[in-house]
Design a protein around this ligand. Structure first.
Ligand SMILES: [Zn+2]
Length: 361
């Protein structure tokens, strides 16, 4: 199926305040809405799971909200003209006809494009183009959301570029991507950029505790491993089968790493084999190992900053076994295997070499 359709439904009415650590992008978006200068294309860039799609939906609602201070309505219900100006309120009401349709995923003029399989294909862009050739059904501003837009292959990218070069009336494109460098530069140059930030460790931890009842220690450790992504933190926990299993796995890993220097070579190699077999969670496992060595360094300066707090005694003890230099080198060893994971080349061997080096005191 070529996925050009409407958005999935939202459970609750989101406004810009639900976004965490995104002051700058929210400021840029609200300025656009307040001034009423809606550009033809926006590019939302930043790591996965920080609220880019949510922001896009709120923005689409705000562009078309009829409820709160709609201003002088001269052309039917339309508030804005894309590329034109009409100042308005930045927060959507969440209650009017337009907001409700967008929230329930039933607005015909909010068009959602996402990969069909691994790619966004040219057929999807063609189908999008024929939709855009018609006038919007009811929206003042039609919004085209292109999620994972880096998955557009070249023909699809070129087809989209043609659309962006002659943008249809009353239409704004919002392209969502992790790294701008993954898009065709000619597409990038046609968009106004909005950069989203990784979410801070403290805020991810608090989010996990409040919304999903994680205990505080688990939440903080997961937050450190998730590298700024709320969704990633939840995915990691789910991929282990929930927070308890994740904590068990982490304890096992730290235990293995902590006792490495005293292990016979055979056991070190067996550990490498076990790690290499759990490929889907390998990068998370290596992040945990990295966090352990990082803790061995930071505990010398401030025990407050230790991530794996429940292992504080071992960490303080382990820290004395290694020089600062050798700890930095160990972190680099883990880092270099992490980078090799996507290439999938000789992972087992790389893990063996890494563990043998980590075992040295
Ligand atoms: Zn509304």
């Amino acid at each position: 199926m070529h996925w050009v359709g409407t958005l999935p439904a939202f459970e609750a009415h989101p406004d810009f305040s639900v976004l965490i650590d995104q002051d700058q992008p929210v400021r840029l978006l609200t300025t656009i809405l307040e001034k009423g200068t809606i550009p033809h294309a926006l590019l939302f860039a930043g790591v996965k799971g920080v609220g880019k799609l949510t922001a896009a939906v709120i923005f689409a609602m705000a562009c078309n909200c009829l409820g709160k201070d709609p201003g002088p309505v001269t052309d039917g219900d339309k508030r804005f003209q894309a590329g034109g100006t009409q100042p308005g309120s930045a927060e959507p009401c969440g209650r009017c006809r337009s907001c409700r349709k967008i929230l329930s995923g039933n607005h015909p003029d909010i068009i959602f494009v996402q990969p069909s399989g691994n790619y966004i294909k040219i057929d999807q862009i063609r189908s999008l183009r024929s939709t855009l050739a018609m006038k919007p059904y009811e929206a003042g501003i039609r919004v085209v959301l292109i999620s994972s837009s880096h998955t557009m292959n070249k023909p699809a990218g070129n087809a989209l570029l043609k659309v962006l070069e002659e943008p249809p009336d009353q239409t704004i494109f919002i392209l969502i991507v992790e790294r701008v460098s993954e898009l065709l530069p000619t597409i990038v140059s046609r968009c106004q950029h909005i950069r989203f930030n990784p979410v801070s460790r403290e805020h991810i931890g608090a989010y996990l505790s409040e919304k999903f009842q994680f205990d505080t220690d688990t939440a903080m450790v997961l937050a450190s491993v998730a590298k700024g992504s709320l969704i990633r933190a939840l995915q990691i926990s789910n991929s282990y089968g929930g927070q308890e299993d994740w904590m068990k796995m982490r304890s096992w890993l730290i235990n293995e790493i902590d006792t490495l220097p005293s292990k016979p070579v055979g056991l070190v190699l067996a550990f490498a084999e076990r790690l290499s077999k759990k490929k889907d969670i390998l990068s998370d496992s290596l992040e945990i190992i990295k966090s352990y060595f990082r803790d061995l360094i930071v505990c010398r300066y401030s025990t407050e900053k230790i991530i794996n707090r429940d292992f504080i005694d071992r960490i303080q003890h382990g820290s004395q076994k290694f020089s600062l230099n050798s700890l930095i080198k160990k972190i680099e060893e883990v880092e270099s295997v992490l980078q090799k994971i996507p290439t999938n080349v000789n992972l087992r061997l790389s893990l063996e070499v890494m563990l043998m080096r980590l075992a040295r005191t």
